[in-house]
Design a protein around this ligand. Sequence first.
Ligand code: ADP
Length: 272
Amino acid sequence: MSIKLDHINYVYSEGTAYEKHALKDVCLEIPHGEFVGIIGHTGSGKSTLIQHLNGLLKASSGALYYNGRNIYEEGYPMKELRTQVGLVFQYPEYQLFEVDVLTDVCFGPKNQGLSPEECKERALEALKLVGLKEKYYQVSPFELSGGQKRRAAIAGVLAMRPKVLVLDEPTAGLDPKGRDDILDQIAYLHKVSDMTVILVSHSMEDIAKYADRIIVMDHGQVKYNDTPRAVFAHYLELEKIGLAAPQVTYIMHDLREHGLAVDPRVTTVKEA
Ligand code: ADP
């Protein structure tokens, strides 16, 4: 099981004055069960990329294989794909609209045509997974704090029991404590399930801690796609595309742990 992007290109407003080539020849394979971080500065193509994963955007050219089958072939069950690849958008709390949290989390499974009992069971399971306390289940989503709203929104996607969970900047706008809580919760979700987790962020600090693999996007292209260690080794290049300070700090910590010290100014590695 995997997601494979094969020479994907995406152009917004093709043939108009606003044309923008947002993805350029993107080739990637994401095996099932991985925790993948996608990083890049604003406008590098992260959101465009992830909207291809569940077919929300259709590539201008190229192919996307989900478990070996090209999703662009005629008759592909797109509805099923949208259930299997759950997308949590930026500021997902703006999509909370039901009278209470539990009803809101039931919305997805209800749309899938499940019975009210099954919907409730799924919703309760999802709310537990995101660590939202029971006292909030009957409360209006609008009364929750920022971090709680985000948990409720993530639960709404989890209630559909996706195989792949894609989160676009899940920590945006949260305070440092809320940010750590959400990231820890996402790491927990990955640990207790066999879900693939794809975490999009413009902050290396956010993903450095958890990802098995990091995909660095730059101007619509995949610049690096490797283990955190291998990606951080390119810190001088990363610095040039605005992904600098945290990596340098991270590499220095990392190398020190292994008995090595690095001087980023002269790029030499020597015994500590
Ligand atoms: P990121 O998520 O990394 O910030 P995006 O995927 O949102 O990047 O954007 C990639 C590029 O596509 C940017 O140059 C952005 O301005 C452009 N873009 C994004 N959405 C649209 C749109 N709806 N119409 C036209 N251009 C867009």
